[in-house]
Write a protein that binds this ligand. Structure first.
Ligand SMILES: [Mn+2]
Length: 438
């Protein structure tokens, strides 16, 4: 299949060799942090255990270099097919120990034999998370998509285009069943560029009707995740523009439908952590597409711009975990575009940042926080959160990795491995390809 997988990151001896020089310092840092945490009544081992169990899925499309609508500057050794993408995902997981699943995208990742794909991933220690449908671009060379999505897909005015998009989503479910997935994520680009171009109400009704038809094809233990986005590719109105539209749709579609929060899909300054809380209240929080943003969309690496916001999102999630718990655990996925970095390095870094926010949120003294809230003490309530956020949890993350046989310093180990150079030597140069920003 592909000899790239034999390159060193996947080799436990290579990782152990990389870790050898770092183990003593890590042990020392971990013990010091453990003593500091014990003074606050927190058992470091409990936190490390929870962090070890934490996983976030990597999007198959994230392993290629992204781009903007202006240009794409290809990196070297980009994956040529889904098997290459899986090999890259295995490198990320072997070094971080935090990304055990892949979120595939169809038809980009379509293969003739999904059982073979599942087997290939399994041999590399990977499973599959939510499958994603693509009806936001045309697939002219694909027999299943003869009609254009230029004016929409699931909410299109033409019932034939809606039927084509519905069929594609159902095929995604069928592919996902063979891969061991349990969810379909739907994001559509449907919307309008001119006031008056489309009827807000009728296009929303058509979307809901289409998703209801897709939902009838869901196996009983599956979910459908509805992903909203404020704008782009439509620049005036978008059918599923915000969490309100997403929630209304999910409630109408039924119990298997819930709302996926992509951190980059909101207006600047929107209080995303409160949206998370509201969706939890409604029992409709599907999960996340993690990334970071400064102005719009999901172009930047998770934790690169606003790590405090990421922490505040996890603060809401840990609050539920520590209390009543989730009836169904939220799905954690990365969704970001890598335009100027090696995608593997960005995905390694982001997985660690997401894990870091989770670890920090575990340090919040929940009882103390509730006490400050109930006695209207804003200063001390905020201090409680800031104390957790400003704790350097790096030794916990590194120890979790070391114990799993991953890399204490994943980026350094990746660079030392020569994996990218090996990919450049063996994979064909890719000059075309979409940005893959969803
Ligand atoms: Mn997304």
């Amino acid at each position: 299949m592909n000899e790239i997988i034999k390159i060193r990151p996947a080799d436990p001896d290579f990782r152990a060799e990389q870790n050898a020089a770092l183990n003593a310092a890590l042990q020392e840092d971990y013990e010091i942090l453990g003593r500091r945490m014990a003074r606050r009544g927190i058992d470091i081992e409990t936190v490390t255990e929870l962090v070890s169990r934490f996983g976030v899925a990597v999007p198959s499309w994230g392993t290629g270099t992204g781009g903007t609508r202006f240009a794409r500057f290809p990196g070297g050794g980009e994956p040529a097919n889904v098997f290459d993408k899986i090999a890259d995902c295995a490198v990320i997981n072997s070094l971080t120990g935090a990304t055990p699943a892949i979120s595939p995208h169809f038809p980009w990742d379509e293969v003739a034999d999904f059982a073979e794909l599942r087997q290939y991933a399994a041999t590399l220690g990977l499973g599959f998370d939510a499958v994603n449908s693509n009806t936001f671009q045309d697939h002219p060379s694909h027999g299943d998509h003869p009609l254009s999505y230029k004016f929409g897909s699931l909410s299109h005015t033409d019932p034939a285009v809606r039927a084509q998009a519905i069929r594609h989503n159902i095929r995604c479910i069928e592919a996902g069943e063979q891969l061991g997935s349990k969810a379909l994520t739907i994001w559509i680009g449907d919307g309008s560029n001119f006031p008056g171009q489309s009827h807000f109400g009728r296009s929303f009704d058509r979307y809901i009707d289409s998703v209801k038809q897709i939902a009838t094809a869901l196996p009983p233990d599956w979910s459908v995740f509805l992903e909203h986005k404020i704008y782009e590719p439509a620049f005036y109105s978008t059918v599923i523009q915000d969490w309100g539209s997403s929630l209304l749709a999910a409630q109408e579609v039924g119990p298997q439908a819930s709302c996926l929060v992509d951190l980059g899909h909101h207006a600047p300054n929107v209080n995303i952590e409160m949206i998370v809380s509201r969706l939890i209240h409604a029992g409709k929080l599907a999960g996340f597409h993690f990334n970071d943003s400064k102005y719009g969309d999901d172009d930047l690496d998770a934790g690169a711009i606003d790590p405090f916001r990421l922490f505040l999102v996890f603060n809401e999630l840990v609050d539920v975990e520590a209390g009543s718990g989730f009836a169904k655990a939220p799905a954690y996925m990365i969704d970001q575009s890598h335009n100027v970095t090696d995608p593997i390095e960005s995905l390694i870094s982001s997985a660690i940042e997401i894990q870091r926010a989770y670890a920090q949120a575990l340090l919040v003294d929940r009882a103390a926080l509730v006490g400050f809230q109930d006695t209207n003490d804003p200063m001390m309530a905020n201090q409680e959160l800031k104390r957790a956020f400003t704790t350097d949890v790096a030794p916990i993350l590194a120890m979790a990795r070391a114990r799993e046989g991953a890399a204490i310093e994943p980026l350094a180990a990746y660079r030392a491995s020569g994996y990218r150079q090996a990919c450049i030597a063996r994979r064909p140069v890719r000059t075309a390809g979409g940005g893959g920003i969803v």
